[in-house]
Ligand binder design. Structure first.
Ligand SMILES: Nc1nc2c(c(=O)[nH]1)N[C@H]1C(S)=C(S)[C@@H](COP(=O)(O)OP(=O)(O)OC[C@H]3O[C@@H](n4cnc5c(=O)[nH]c(N)nc54)[C@H](O)[C@@H]3O)O[C@H]1N2
Ligand SMILES: Nc1nc2c(c(=O)[nH]1)N[C@H]1C(S)=C(S)[C@@H](COP(=O)(O)OP(=O)(O)OC[C@H]3O[C@@H](n4cnc5c(=O)[nH]c(N)nc54)[C@H](O)[C@@H]3O)O[C@H]1N2
Ligand SMILES: [Mo]
Length: 737
């Protein structure tokens, strides 16, 4: 058997190193490559399914063109040339008629060889309207890091030095094998552990201290902890003086958050708040993983992430041994940013980016401020990759598709994302997609979104392309790790897939971008990006590089602040954020009371935590893999036993979950792990075995929780525009089916 050294992208995680065993052109098995630095770290079930996934009949194998009504599941197989010619002609026509901004793209978690090729294409085409889930996933965390610390913060776990491991709104037991491994290692090394979560997860259960706060109140909790820490002088005064700016105004702000007030907001006792603050301060430095929950909890999403990070600085735990280290790019590697050709998009076009006037932090205005700092620090090459943030605001773009305001958005290319499952307010997203002149989906498998498209194009999966671990992609971490294709993307007589790079390039070449795509293949892209490192190693091809050692890792040391100014406007840790100030937002962390529910929503009293991660699924993926469905056949809603009894619901019953926007059903799991006023519903459920054509769309409307979630602009985070999947703006009621 041939062994191929590939990067797994069955999840968004990081491109874990895998060994793919190939015989007679077929995958036989996949094993972790434990030699390479980036791997799952703990048990991950997904690689076992590689063969079934790669060969599954539900995969897309040829370009298809709709030949009946949209959603009728009537398709004509066409060649790639025909598909690309027709799509590019339509795009050219729409651009002439409405301007380049009429084309939007939808991105997911960055699957499909990252998004630089899509961004490059859009910059060359002239549209600022890439949108994606990055607005509610990682974008907020990264932009807070960049604007507060001038870089991403990564944990430096040092037994004997690190005092505490914190999981803040994160449950890696289901969602992140490597963070889970870190948590277990921390426990073994006798570090204290702290979990902040409204649910008793496996992590909560195992922690020294579990903090069961009310959903969406993290900002208030962090401010309350700072109040106690400042009042009791538990902070690191010398560190604050030397390395931070804005302590005095911060101190004034946290005076507004005495434990009694914070207790009311968070549902915790005054006693507990004081105890957590003392416990936290006593075990520094700490490692922390902040999960996605705060990002999903508008209107305090950016403010919560800011407050948590400022708290970390207050106790002197950033840029010190055993704490959180400020990371930077890998030497001699060309990261995504210069690959994107961001300079090609004029400021006139940037200004048209939909939603960027109202939600400025994660769109061009905020991105440009941060990019300028990073360029100063790391040089032109390591500017902040555009796809990571700098996105149009998805709910605003969907509204533009429907209303033509502020201008018509008539075409959408979906790649590596599944909008009918992943965005809030599915009915509105559906109406928006249905109103387009052109909808193209590039995916690995069929999806409900593909079913309502005009063209459906087959993408190569990770085994069919060379790819990189995501660490290096944004220049956020000094590590590069590459994997090779294990199988060809095209096998005559069987399938003809394009990897995402090949697709964007082929489309670009048909739209006047002839000089912008010098590398014909994805391999050549990697050879270019690695050329500095390869030269030092004396190799010239990607395969030689991989055979020799498929990664490069630079040392990552604390002490950046002693070596020079940080990549922030003041050169210091900005407790008071001048970036937020320049954008017209509150520069200090704060907690905003959500608006009370209007008359319509007031009849829905329960808070809904939607979208807890569960193995083996990854968002909407893998429902078609039999072995996975057997492990987890149905969508599950967690309900407190007291609430269930009042509603006459028993374990395993199908239950309606309802909001003013619609209702869906999931199966009850009775529990005491959450508050009776809160339920926890799974997301991204559809049923590949159900009819493909409308109205079913693979059972899209049956259990997909986003049928009930809202993306009303007034409920979006005022700074990032993030829409609520959790927190105080997501409400529902339940009843037995
Ligand atoms: N209610 C609720 N909704 C949520 C969440 C929640 O917690 N609650 N979580 C949100 C979060 S954090 C996120 S990140 C989003 C995820 O949102 P998405 O990323 O849109 O969701 P996925 O289901 O992962 O869609 C990814 C699609 O990419 C396809 N794909 C996989 N590999 C490739 C590839 O190499 N190339 C191409 N072209 N396609 C590929 C998959 O088949 C799949 O259809 O969901 C969000 N939605
Ligand atoms: N198996 C699997 N793994 C995945 C994914 C997947 O779809 N499936 N998706 C990947 C992606 S894109 C992402 S973004 C990550 C997300 O990974 P995580 O951030 O770990 O997401 P969750 O598992 O939802 O864990 C979030 C926890 O936050 C808690 N929570 C809910 N509301 C609040 C709140 O208001 N405050 C606090 N402090 N906690 C709250 C929830 O109860 C839950 O236990 O997972 C990644 N890993
Ligand atoms: Mo995510």
């Amino acid at each position: 058997m041939d062994i191929k050294y590939s990067s797994c992208y069955f999840c968004t995680s990081k491109g874990c190193a895998m060994k793919v065993y190939v015989e007679d052109g077929r995958v036989q098995k996949v094993r972790y490559d434990t030699q390479a630095p980036v791997g799952p770290g703990a048990y991950c079930v997904r690689p076992i399914l590689a063969k079934a996934y790669q060969e599954h009949p539900f995969r897309l194998s040829h370009p298809l063109k709709r030949c009946g009504a949209r959603g009728a599941n009537q398709w004509e197989q066409i060649s790639w040339d025909q598909a690309l010619d027709e799509i590019s002609q339509k795009l050219d026509h729409l651009r002439q008629r409405h301007g380049a901004e009429t084309l939007a793209t939808s991105s997911g978690t960055g699957r499909g060889a990252w998004d630089f090729a899509k961004t490059r294409f859009m910059n060359c085409f002239g549209s600022p309207n890439r949108f994606g889930v990055v607005t509610i996933c990682y974008g907020p965390r990264s932009m807070v890091w960049y604007s507060t610390f001038g870089g991403a913060i990564v944990p430096d776990r040092k037994p004997g030095v690190t005092g505490l491991m914190v999981l803040w709104g994160r449950n890696p037991h289901e969602g992140g094998p490597s963070s889970w491994a870190s948590f277990k290692k921390a426990k073994k090394a006798d570090m204290r552990t702290l979990v902040i979560d409204p649910r008793c997860t496996e992590a909560s259960r195992q922690a020294d201290c579990w903090v069961q706060l009310k959903p969406g109140t993290d900002a208030a909790l962090a401010l309350g902890l700072m109040h106690v820490i400042i009042q009791e002088k538990l902070y690191d005064e010398a560190y604050i003086q030397k390395y931070t700016s804005g302590f005095e105004p911060l101190k004034a702000r946290v005076q507004e958050y005495p434990p009694a007030r914070v207790a009311q907001i968070t549902g915790l006792s005054v006693y507990k708040i004081k105890e957590i603050a003392r416990f936290f301060a006593a075990h520094q430095p700490h490692n922390m993983v902040i999960g996605v929950a705060p990002e999903h909890s508008s209107p305090n999403s950016i403010q919560a992430i800011r407050a948590i990070n400022v708290l970390r600085a207050l106790v002197g735990s950033i840029d010190v041994k055993g704490g959180g280290v400020i990371a930077g790019p890998c030497s001699d590697f060309v990261p995504d940013a210069p690959m994107e050709l961001n300079h090609l998009l004029s400021s006139e076009q940037r200004k048209k980016q939909i939603g960027s006037d109202r939600f400025r932090f994660l769109s061009y205005p905020g991105w440009e401020l941060v990019e300028a700092q990073l360029k100063k620090q790391w040089g032109e090459n390591h500017a902040l990759a555009c796809y990571l943030n700098c996105m149009a605001h998805a709910p605003s773009v969907f509204r533009a598709m429907i209303t033509d305001k502020p201008y018509p958005v008539k075409a959408l290319i979906v790649s590596g994302s599944n909008p009918l499952l992943s965005y809030a307010n599915t009915r509105l997203v559906y109406n928006a997609l249905k109103s387009l002149d052109l909808l193209v989906t590039l995916d690995v498998t069929w999806t409900p979104t593909a079913q309502i498209s005009d063209y459906v194009l087959p993408a190569a999966c990770w085994m069919e392309r060379p790819d990189m671990g995501n660490f290096a992609s944004i220049g956020a971490y000094p590590l590069v790790q590459i994997g090779e294709a294990a199988l060809p993307a095209r096998v005559p007589g069987q399938y003809e897939r394009y990897n995402d790079y090949e697709f964007w390039r082929a489309l670009g070449l048909r739209l006047g971008q002839d000089t912008q795509w010098p590398w014909p293949t994805f391999e050549e892209v990697w050879e270019y990006r690695l050329s500095g490192i390869m030269k030092k190693r004396g190799v010239t091809t990607l395969s030689e590089f991989i055979q020799q050692q498929r990664w490069q890792k630079d040392p990552l040391e604390p002490g950046a602040m002693d070596r020079g100014p940080l990549a922030t406007p003041s050169g210091k840790i900005e407790l008071y954020s001048t970036v937020l100030e320049q954008l017209g937002y509150d520069p200090l962390p704060d907690y905003q009371e959500p608006l009370p529910p209007d008359e319509r929503w007031s009849k829905y009293p329960l808070l809904n935590i939607s979208g807890p991660r569960t193995m083996p699924y990854h968002h909407s993926e893998f429902r078609h893999i039999d072995a996975f469905r057997k492990q987890h056949p149905d969508p599950i809603v967690e309900i407190h036993v007291d609430l269930a009894r009042r509603k006459g619901i028993t374990d395993g019953d199908w239950v309606w979950i309802e909001s003013p926007l619609g209702r869906v059903k999931q199966r009850a799991r009775l529990t005491t792990s959450l508050d009776p006023g809160t339920v926890c519903t799974q997301h991204a459920w559809w049923f590949p075995e159900k009819p493909a054509e409308e109205p079913s769309l693979y059972g899209l409307w049956e259990s997909n929780i986003n049928v009930t979630t809202d993306d009303d602009l007034d409920k979006c985070d005022p700074i990032s525009g993030g829409w609520p999947y959790k927190g105080q703006y997501l409400r529902c009621r339940i009843s037995k089916c």
